[in-house]
Ligand binder design. Structure first.
Ligand code: AMP
Length: 111
């Protein structure tokens, strides 16, 4: 999608601080980190949000990537994955992404 910031990051048109990339997904540091480790795992194909994701293999792949990234960044002992969805879910970028947060003790409930 031409106007989608994460599509443009995925295509390399907009630079990002990349930590992982393969044919299907990219992971890069969040611009406004909420934890010492805050990475976004993003499918290269555009889906507005998780409710649009209709590809089981890609779904599994994204979680596998999250685990790989957690290990790579040294937070495998404890981290959180978050998928904000829709307006009430706090989603601000309408391209499906998984937040990976770690590197500090995370509170629950998130508020
Ligand atoms: P959400 O609010 O769940 O849709 O998350 C969107 C996230 O994308 C926010 O945490 C933003 O800080 C982050 N973000 C927006 N633009 C960029 C960008 N160009 N590079 C990295 N992270 C971004």
């Amino acid at each position: 999608m031409d106007n989608c910031i994460f599509c443009r990051i995925a295509s390399g048109e907009i630079p990002s601080k990349k930590v992982y990339e393969d044919d299907l997904a990219i992971a890069f540091y969040d611009l406004e980190p909420q934890a010492p480790v805050h990475v976004l795992i993003v499918p290269k194909k555009h889906y507005d949000n998780i409710t649009m994701l209709d590809d089981d293999a890609l779904t599994a792949h994204l979680f596998k990537v999250a685990s790989t990234v957690a290990e790579k960044l040294g937070v495998k002992h404890g981290f959180r994955l978050v998928i904000n969805t829709g307006k009430d879910g706090g989603q601000s970028v309408n391209h499906l992404h998984i937040h990976l947060l770690g590197g500090r003790e995370l509170q629950w409930p998130p508020g």
